[in-house]
Design a protein around this ligand. Sequence first.
Ligand SMILES: Nc1ccc2ncsc2c1
Length: 240
Amino acid sequence: MRIDALSIFPEFFEVLDLSLIGKAQRDGLLQINRVQLRDYAFDRHRTVDDTPTGGGAGMVMKPEPWALALEDVLASEGSAARPTLIIPTPSGEVFTQAAAQELAEHQHLVFAPGRFEGIDERVTDWAAERFEVRRLSIGDYVLNGGEVAVVVMVEAITRLIPGVIGNEESLAEESHSDGLLEYPVYTKPAQWRGRSVPEVLLSGDHAKIAAWRQEQQRQRTRQVRPDLWDAWLENHSADQ
Ligand SMILES: Nc1ccc2ncsc2c1
């Protein structure tokens, strides 16, 4: 997979050179290009924003630097396939594990995180003629920009690429991978500050342990995320 991450603060993406995502790049499973948007602003101050047309507070990101940067990405695109342009925005569809799993199948993802009050809307319309455009939100709260959302989405997506995390089996048992929250985990010592590991986990009975873990997932999901629990029940009504 190739990823292009465009921003006026590309330093945010240096964290992706760490740990498993960094190793995946070194192993050739992944290529992440960081692009400085200001390299596509050619006035003396390399301006990327301007006042909102129609008035209002703050500043809006100018369209031209984005179009020039995205055209360079397209020019360097090796395959005939249209790259997927992900615009992180609080007004987008919610990014979920299902979205991460779908996007992990794509060969080329381009991220265009805005700052200020957002990017001139015409960039989205222009890009839709050249990319598959997805406007995605990581949740309902206020951020100063989309760069941290890019880091969240890149980690969630790229960890699903075969070979990126050593233990592929663990993927199947994680929160949201099967629609349920994950079960509680324990390790040694069996007794810690007066607290014991659940007996069943010491039984060696793998069937009992699996059943206990499944029940823990269901209880935790029902208590903490009734929305997920209702969806899970709907999808598993035949099992009940
Ligand atoms: N404020 C805010 C909230 C969610 C979100 N997702 C992608 S960019 C963004 C910005």
